[in-house]
Design a protein. Structure first.
Length: 328
């Protein structure tokens, strides 16, 4: 009798333990599903970085405040210097790294190819321009390949899908054959960044497939629209533009006009900029009076980083509110 009683009690205990285990599994699965569901439905945030040469140092200052606010970034889009900062950010470089990079790098020597490896020829870089910009291309390549997180879907490193970077990324350039925006989403990341920053007359164009590309600022210097197409619900735009033309109206063109004259009369850069500026959810425009695209001196860089932080602090309440919204 005692043996039977013990067996019954043992059986009940096993049943209770199994029931408890099943309940725990159900609760855990439900909790996990809730976490996944919340993550899946969280609004996606894009960071849009405008062009402006050395003034890009101010974007580094803004990034410091975005980090301090704790806002997660799901997509990055950049034009010109914004494409360089954005591309580096997308593979894992952060504000402090970029601060050090801006402060200690001799950018002028990079741009004029004095630091380029001798005998190096990049077949994609050709056309009219004072400089090839091979030195800056090689420098960017060294920075990117130094990051273990730099990887993607494709045959590394020349056919990477930018969607598979740690933060999905797009570089914006201008296709000078059509006059349209070229959105670069795959291929060689350093070459995409180099294409986006190819200032007309200064750097030779970059030719890829059917595209012949110069600086993205010619058509889309604040590409909020590109971020929306990537899937962004919320856009934080950092604009380096100081002289705006909010009332510009495109003028008529004729078939007899050349591309240059048509561009001057249509000014797609003004048209796209005026539309995109209004489409940003959080718009940060550092005041950089007295600084230009070639202000690469250390003192100027330091000052512009500070001005970027100052501009971001004015929007800090919005950044914190966004962080809280994303946590719900």
């Amino acid at each position: 009798m005692k043996i039977m009683t013990i067996q019954k009690e043992t059986g009940r205990l096993k049943t209770m333990l199994l029931t408890l285990l099943m309940l725990l599994c159900i609760v855990s699965a439900s909790h996990a599903a809730t976490i996944v569901r919340k993550h899946a439905t969280r609004p996606k945030v894009a960071l849009v970085l405008g062009g402006g040469g050395a003034k890009g140092a101010a974007e580094v200052g803004v990034l410091k405040e975005i980090k301090r606010a704790g806002v997660p970034i799901d997509y990055i889009v950049g034009t010109s210097i914004g494409s360089i900062i954005g591309g580096l950010y997308s593979v894992g470089y952060r504000a402090d790294d970029l601060d050090s990079l801006f402060m200690h790098q001799d950018w002028i020597s990079l741009f004029n190819d004095k630091k380029a490896k001798k005998g190096t020829d990049v077949k994609e870089i050709k056309g009219v321009g004072l400089m090839k910009g091979v030195g800056v291309l090689q420098f960017l390549d060294s920075l990117l390949t130094a990051k273990p997180s730099y990887h993607g879907k494709g045959t590394y490193p020349d056919s990477i899908d930018f969607n598979y970077l740690p933060i999905p990324y797009r570089a914006v350039a201008c296709d000078i054959r059509t006059g349209n925006t070229a959105v670069l989403s795959h291929g060689s990341l350093p070459l995409a960044m180099r294409a986006s920053m190819a200032i007309p007359g200064v750097f030779k164009p970059v030719r890829l497939d059917s595209l012949e590309m110069l600086d993205g600022g010619l058509v889309n210097n604040l590409p909020v629209d590109v971020a929306r197409k990537m899937g962004a619900d919320i856009v934080i735009a950092i604009d380096l533009t100081q002289n705006k033309h909010p009332d510009f109206t495109p003028k008529k063109v004729t078939s007899l006009m050349g591309k240059g004259l048509k561009w001057l009369r249509q000014r797609p850069d003004f048209v796209n900029y005026n539309r995109n500026r209004k489409e940003a959810d959080i718009y940060i425009n550092p005041v950089l009076k007295g600084y230009g695209v070639t202000s690469f001196k250390a003192d100027d860089i330091r000052a512009m980083i500070g001005l970027g932080q100052e501009a971001a602090k004015k929007e800090y309440t919005k950044l914190v509110a966004l962080k809280k919204k994303l946590q719900k």
